[in-house]
Design a protein around this ligand. Structure first.
Ligand SMILES: [Zn+2]
Length: 274
């Protein structure tokens, strides 16, 4: 599935590296992690920083999003009934929380051939690789994926940028994209606590050009954030963390506990006309 980010020739594992026939070589860490970012994109300060990755990791490990993870696995199995030898790509995989579960579910059903997780964040992909030997984790840009044309049966795009053209390029015939996006009421109570005029999420903005929606599942449940740390970790994962005025942040600091709604849409899309 993986190709050289310099010359687009196929990559193969040899001597502790991923190498292409033209001699471009990318070191493999002991964990199997590989950095496939090149040139100016190979900077240090892109993607989620280590603190944000740590906050998200703590939050996910608390099990707060386990119902979403389980719903995703159920959807994957339902959409791949009767298929085998599948290749899975999680584009924007973060620290691999959903990737691990999705790959394990497909492998458990005897349907998985290979799984790759990509993210622009080095700290996230490094961490993911350390936790999971069954999936290859690489640092890469979702808009220029080091993935061969038509090589992927299932793309996961979970709360991540979804470059439609790039997804169309790498999808195999019969391929699907499964996306997770926030539902209208996601984190409504948190937004009420922080903003004077909170707004609901616009669900209709998540259309993927060139794709048709084949299946839509809403996953929604209440959850109690029972400590200031838990509230802070969740807030750090959201886009609001970077754009909330000081006043709102002060209100957040005072919260001891918060009952909040988690609401997600799982959208399964296929190329239009497929
Ligand atoms: Zn090359």
């Amino acid at each position: 599935m993986l190709i050289c980010p310099v010359c687009s020739a196929p990559l193969a594992e040899a001597g502790g590296a991923l190498k292409c026939p033209d001699g471009h070589s990318f070191d493999l860490a002991a964990s199997g992690y590989c950095n496939l970012l090149t040139g100016s994109r190979n900077g240090k300060f892109i993607g989620d920083d280590r603190e944000m990755v740590a906050a998200r990791r703590r939050f996910l490990e608390s099990g707060a999003y386990a119902p979403l993870r389980d719903a995703l696995c159920a959807r994957l199995l339902a959409m791949t009934e009767g298929r085998a030898g599948l290749s899975l790509l999680d584009a924007g995989c973060g620290e691999g929380y959903y990737t691990r579960a999705a790959a394990a579910a497909l492998a458990g059903a005897g349907r998985l051939l290979q799984a790759v997780g990509t993210d622009i964040s080095k700290s996230a992909t490094r961490y993911a690789a350390g936790r999971d030997r069954a999936v290859r984790y690489v640092t890469a840009n979702s808009y220029h994926l080091p993935v061969a044309d038509g090589a992927v049966d299932l793309i996961l795009s979970l709360f991540a940028p979804a470059p439609a053209e790039e997804f169309l390029r790498i999808l195999a015939p019969g391929g699907l994209v499964i996306r997770a996006v926030p539902g209208a009421d996601h984190l409504w109570e948190l937004k009420q606590a922080v903003y004077d005029e909170p707004y609901r999420n616009r669900e209709e903005k998540h259309r993927l050009p060139g794709f048709a929606e084949r299946d839509r599942v809403r996953v929604e449940y209440p959850f109690t954030l029972d400590s200031p740390d838990r509230i802070r970790d969740l807030f750090a994962m959201t886009p609001y963390a970077r754009r909330t005025p000081r006043q709102g942040l002060e209100r957040l600091e005072k919260l001891e506990r918060l009952d909040v709604t988690f609401s997600f849409l799982l959208l399964t899309c296929e190329p239009a006309g497929a």
